[in-house]
Design a binder for this molecule. Sequence first.
Ligand code: KG4
Ligand code: ZN
Length: 347
Amino acid sequence: MTILGIETSCDETGASVVWADEKSSKVNVLSNVVSSSIAFHEKTGGIIPEVAAREQIKYIIPVIKQALSEAKLNIENPSIDAIAVTIGPGLLGSLLVGVETAKTLSYIWKKPLIPVNHLYGHIYANFASEISNYPRFPAIALVVSGGHTDLVLMNSKNELKWLGGTRDDAAGEAFDKIGRLLNLSYPGGPSIEKSAKFGNSKTFDFPRPMIGSKDYDFSFSGLKTAVLREVKTIKQMNNETINDICASVQHSIVDVLVKKTMLAAEKFGTKSILLGGGVAANQKLREEFQSSIVNQALSIKFFAPPKNLCTDNAAMIAAAAFFNYKLGSFQTLDADPNLHFPEFLVK
Ligand code: KG4
Ligand code: ZN
């Protein structure tokens, strides 16, 4: 089936066409267009929701047209089987741009709508890439984005169970807030990763919150406070010190994420580990997962989407729609900024 995906949950405006083979469950990405208003947010050091939504209203139609035409489809009346749209979680104004556009197109083109949970999208990004062997189950998925840090058990492609998540700041949020206090450009994650390459991760011994707890929860707000306290004691901040702070912060976040995920993997006898979300683009995180599996001689296969499918995009939304196909009624399909993993999946 051919699915047009639409994603507007945060500051990105994305549209993508995927063709999913029902027999092999293989998802081919025919087009994946992402337009970001990040340049606006760089100036303010963070996202201003109204600015994001206003930009998305301008981008949404051109982005959809481009996605359709790159997939060689007629932009007036494309031969697609469904439209998948992110309904949450995210910023309300931004979500509404995607949801209302999807509803309108569904009405005009007479195509069914599939509402998609953005967090599922990050997991299914792993199934939208050109991978030759698919993850085997049970699998543990770690979703690490700007707003979420969640551990999810997958017993099959569409049986998900939420194990735990952050009690305060998400991993990406920690990167962003620490980046801001170091005066690095927004978003903090990629900036910290860049500086960290030149720094020594052993210079500062920042805390690894909840690394030893036996649950699957996280907490990153204390780390930000510890960095702030350290920064205040430094008389003259230079590039070398910033690089060392970045390397140490990254080390601390990566340590916690890997340790907690490996704990879950061990407990549930996992055959695969899947990473997803913007922070999954972090090379150090990917490498640490690989080496942790190798060092413990575990027969677990590690999956992480290509970097362009880690940060927000619509191909992952279309892929999630294919694996978790639940048609939404046109009238009741609404944006839900606080959507999480559904209650029945939680314990
Ligand atoms: O998934 P995403 O694009 O949007 C949300 O759903 O939130 O994730 C954005 C987050 C931001 O916090 C950003 O700093 C972080 O992902 N991020 C990274 C990297 N690239 C993006 N964090 C660490 N290293 C990166 N390379
Ligand atoms: Zn996201």
